[in-house]
Design a protein around this ligand. Structure first.
Ligand code: T1G
Length: 686
C-alpha cells in the first residue's frame, strides 16, 4: 500500500498485484492508514484508489478456506464509513465484490470512463458479505441493487453514474479525485449506511421472490433477497443477517465447488516444468481445413476473436454452406445487439474460403477438421507439410485418432499438436490441447495463449484413446448401458443425472451427439479391447437405424426433431434384451445410478492421472465442467471424489469390483495410495 500526501489530502493506493485482492495484509495496512489519517489533524480528506490496472478484484477468495484473519473486511468497511474525514473512492478498471463494498462505504465515488463495477459473489455461491446487501440498495434502489447482486454482472461507468452508484466520471481520475476530496472536506459527510431505506424495497423484494419461484434461483440468490428483505432502519440489524447468511453459504458444497472452478480455470493454464521465458508465438492468421460443422464452428470462434481465417474445402457445396452459416451466425449477433454491424463486416472481411491447400501458405496456424479417417488425415497433413511455412503450427481437431500417428505424416512432427474443440465449437469453452510425443514445448505455450485469445479454456492432455474427456465419458456410458440391462430405463437414468446436476443425461446426450458416433467407437474398441465389452443395448438401437435426433429417434423419439419423448418400443427392446441374456431385472435407485456414474468418472480420471495424460486432478475437473455439462457447483468428478472421501471411494470401487461386470471396476491404485495416506486429489492440484 502506498500513501501519498497532496497538501491536506491523503491518497491511499491499494498495492497488492495482480488484482489488489483485499487480503489480510492489505486490510491491516488500510486500517492502520485510516486510523492514522483520522487522528491526523493535517489530513482533511482521503482518496482511495487502486494501483496498477484496476481498483480491486474484491476479497481474497483464496482466504475463504483458511482460518479468518483480522481485521475482517466487513469491520474494515464499517470503520472506513465511520471515518471523521471524507473518503473518496477513485475507481478505474475493475471494482468487484469486496472492492465495490469498500467503495460503497466511501463518502463519494468517482470513476474513470472505462471502469466496471460488480458484486459477482453469487457466481461463487456467495453473497456480498461486507455490507453490500445493505448499502447498495440504499444508494441505487432495491430493484437495481437486486439485479446487480442476483446476476453478478458488471455495470459500466455510465450506467453506474445513471444509477447513482458513482457521483462523477472523470478522464483524469487522479486529479479529479483530489478535487472531489477537497470539496468533500468542506461538505457534511454523507454516509451510505445512514441513507434511508429504498422506497422500492418491499415491491422489489416481492418481485424477486416471485422470480425465485419461477426460475428456481440458487441458494445464494435466495439469501441475497433475504438479506435485502431484512434491511432495517438500524443498519447493523440487516448487516448481522447478511453476515450469518454469508457464513452459511461459505460452507456449502456449491460455493466450494464454484470457488474450485474459479481457481481451476486459471490453474490449468500453468504448464508444469515449462519456464515462462518461452517466447509467445503471435498467431494472427489461421487456416481451417474442412468446412463441415466442426470446421465452420471453429472458424466462427476464430473470426469472433478478430483473427484472419482461411477455410479450405474441396467441395463447392460445403464451402457455400460454410460461408452461409458463418454469415448467418455473425449477422445474428448484430441483430441481437451483441455486436455492431461494423464489427460484423470486419469479421466477414477477415474470412477467406478456398478450394486448395496452397491458400495456407501464409498462415501461422492450421486447424485440420476433416473426416475422422486416418487416410484422409494423412492426405491433408502431407499436403500441409508442403504448403505451409515451416514454422506454422499444424493442429488436428481429431477426437478419436492417435495424434502421434498424424504427426508422423509431416517431416517435422514437433510442429504438430492437437486442438480438440467441442461442438458447437463457437460456443463451448473447453479446448483440449493435445501434446503429442514430439510436440515442441513452445507449441503448448502458444496453444494455451491461443485458447485464451479465442475465449476458451485450454486443458492439456496427453495422447490416449479419447484424451481426457471422451476417455472418461466412455466409462461413464459403459455403466449407463450396464444399468439399462440390469433394470433401469433411459428416462430414469437421465432424470437422475440431470437432477443431480448434469446439464443433460447420458442417453439424451448420445441422442444429440449421434448414436452412430458411439457405435463406431464401440466397434473400434471391440477390436482393440475385446476384453472390455459394453452392453449390447446401444448397438441394438443403432442396428434399427435409431441414431438419435439426426434420425428422429434414438433412445427417445423426437417428433419435433429436438424434444425427447419416451418411446415404449425402447423399453420393450431393453427388457427383451435382459430376458434374452437371462439378466434378471431389478429396481435400480437414483442413488445407485448417480454413484456408479460418478465412480466410473472418478476411477478413470485417477488412471488418467497415473498415466500422466492429465497433469493434475483440476485438469480433469475443468474438462468436465467446461465440456461435458458437469454442474459447476459440483466442482468436477475429482472434486466430488474429495467430497465423498477417497477411503470411501476406494471401498466402493472394491465392492463394485466383486459384483456383475466387476472387471470394469479395477480400482485405481492412486486412489488407494492417496486414501491410505489421508491425502486428497486437491493435494495434487498445486
Ligand atoms: N481473490 C484472489 N485471487 C484472485 C481474485 C480474488 N478476488 N481475483 C483474481 N485473482 C487471481 C486469479 O486467481 C489469478 O491468479 C490472478 O488473480 C489474475 O486473475 C466479501 C466475498 C478481477 C476480473 O469474484 O473476476 O469479494 O492464476 O487471470 O483476467 O463480499 O480475476 O495469476 O495465480 O482472472 O485480468 C469477489 C474474481 C470476491 C472477482 C481480473 N470478486 N476475479 O481478471 O485476471 S468474493 C470476484 C475476477 C468477495 C465480499 C466477497 C478476475 C478479474 P493466478 P485473472 P483478469
Amino acid at each position: 500500500m502506498q500513501l501519498n500526501y497532496h497538501q491536506d489530502i491523503l491518497e491511499i493506493v491499494l498495492d497488492n498485484p495482480p488484482v489488489n485482492a483485499l487480503g489480510a495484509a492489505s486490510r491491516r495496512q488500510l486500517l492502520e492508514a485510516l486510523d492514522s489519517a483520522d487522528a491526523n489533524s493535517c489530513v482533511s480528506a482521503i482518496v482511495i484508489r487502486g494501483g496498477g490496472a484496476l481498483f480491486s478484484g474484491g476479497a481474497d477468495i483464496s482466504e475463504f478456506d483458511k482460518p479468518w484473519l483480522e481485521p475482517g473486511l466487513p469491520g474494515l468497511v464499517d470503520r472506513l464509513e465511520r471515518c471523521s474525514k471524507p473518503v473518496v473512492a477513485a475507481i478505474h478498471g475493475i471494482c468487484y465484490g469486496g472492492g465495490l463494498e469498500l467503495a460503497l462505504a466511501c463518502h463519494r465515488r468517482i470513476a474513470s470512463p472505462a471502469a466496471r463495477m460488480a458484486l459477482p459473489e453469487v457466481l461463487l455461491g456467495l453473497l456480498p458479505g461486507a455490507g453490500g446487501t445493505q448499502r447498495l440498495p440504499r444508494l441505487i434502489g432495491a430493484r437495481a441493487a437486486l439485479k446487480m447482486m442476483l446476476d453478478g454482472a458488471p455495470v459500466d461507468a455510465s450506467t453506474a453514474l445513471a444509477l447513482g452508484l458513482v457521483d462523477l466520471i472523470a478522464g483524469d481520475l487522479a486529479v479529479a479525485a483530489l478535487e472531489m476530496a477537497r470539496q468533500a472536506a468542506t461538505d457534511q459527510i454523507r454516509r451510505t449506511g445512514d441513507l434511508p431505506l429504498p422506497k422500492d424495497l418491499r415491491e422489489a423484494v416481492l418481485d424477486a421472490r416471485e422470480n425465485l419461484s419461477k426460475r428456481s434461483l440458487s441458494p445464494a440468490q435466495a439469501y441475497i433477497i433475504d438479506s435485502v428483505a431484512v434491511m432495517d432502519e438500524l443498519f447493523s440489524a440487516g448487516q448481522a443477517v447478511e453476515a450469518r447468511l454469508f457464513t452459511t453459504l461459505l460452507a456449502t458444497e456449491a460455493s466450494r465447488g464454484l470457488r474450485h472452478a474459479f481457481f481451476g480455470e486459471r490453474k490449468v493454464a500453468r504448464i508444469p516444468g515449462l519456464s515462462k521465458e518461452i517466447n509467445q508465438r503471435d498467431i494472427k492468421r489461421v487456416g481451417v481445413v474442412g468446412g463441415g460443422v466442426m470446421g465452420t464452428g471453429i472458424a466462427i470462434a476464430l473470426l469472433n476473436a478478430g483473427l484472419d481465417v482461411t477455410i479450405v474445402d474441396l467441395q463447392p457445396e460445403v464451402r457455400a454452406k460454410a460461408e452461409s452459416t458463418i454469415r448467418t451466425t455473425i449477422q445474428r449477433d448484430v441483430n441481437k445487439g451483441r455486436i455492431d454491424q461494423r464489427i460484423a463486416d470486419a469479421r466477414f472481411a477477415a474470412l477467406c474460403i478456398a478450394d486448395d491447400l496452397s491458400a495456407m501458405s501464409r498462415v501461422d496456424l492450421v486447424i485440420e477438421a476433416v473426416f475422422e479417417d486416418i487416410e484422409v488425415k494423412k492426405k491433408v497433413f502431407t499436403a500441409l507439410d508442403q504448403h505451409t511455412r515451416p514454422d506454422a503450427i499444424l493442429a488436428s481437431n481429431t477426437s478419436t485418432l492417435d495424434l502421434d500417428v498424424i504427426a508422423a505424416f509431416v517431416k517435422n512432427p514437433s510442429r504438430v499438436i492437437g486442438l480438440h474443440f467441442f461442438s458447437p465449437a463457437n460456443i463451448m469453452k473447453l479446448l483440449e490441447v493435445v501434446r503429442g510425443r514430439e510436440t515442441a514445448p513452445e507449441l503448448l505455450v502458444a496453444a494455451m495463449a491461443f485458447a485464451k485469445r479465442i475465449g476458451k479454456v485450454g486443458v492439456i492432455s496427453g495422447v490416449c484413446d479419447g484424451f481426457i474427456g471422451n476417455r472418461i465419458f466412455e466409462e461413464y456410458l459403459r455403466q449407463v448401458y450396464f444399468m439399462l440391462e440390469e433394470g433401469a430405463l433411459p428416462q430414469q437414468i437421465d432424470a437422475a443425472m440431470e437432477k443431480w446436476g448434469m446439464a443433460m443425461g447420458p442417453c439424451r446426450t448420445m441422442d444429440l451427439a449421434g448414436q452412430d458416433i458411439g457405435w463406431a467407437i464401440r466397434k473400434r474398441r471391440a477390436v482393440q479391447n475385446p476384453e472390455r465389452p459394453y452392453s449390447g443395448i446401444p448397438d441394438r438401437i443403432c442396428e434399427l437405424g435409431r441414431f438419435g435426433q439426426k434420425s428422429g429417434k434414438g433412445f427417445y423419439l423426437y417428433p419435433d426433431g429436438r424434444t425427447a419423448q419416451v418411446d415404449p418400443e425402447i423399453e420393450q427392446l431393453i427388457v427383451g434384451y435382459s430376458d434374452e441374456f437371462g439378466i434378471e431385472r431389478r429396481e435400480i435407485s437414483d442413488e445407485e445410478i448417480i454413484s456408479r456414474c460418478l465412480l466410473a468418472m472418478i476411477n478413470e480420471g485417477a488412471k488418467i492421472l497415473e498415466e500422466g495424460i492429465a497433469y493434475r486432478p483440476i485438469d480433469i475437473d475443468m474438462t468436465y465442467l467446461l465440456g461435458y455439462g458437469f454442474a459447476r457447483e459440483r466442482g468436477g468428478p475429482m472434486f466430488q471424489a474429495d467430497q465423498i472421501g477417497l477411503p470411501s471411494v476406494f471401498e466402493q470401487l472394491n465392492a463394485l469390483a466383486q459384483g456383475r461386470n466387476g472387471w470394469a471396476w479395477t480400482p485405481s491404485p492412486l486412489i488407494g495410495r492417496l486414501a491410505a495416506g489421508g491425502e486428497s486429489f486437491e493435494s495434487l492440484n498445486q
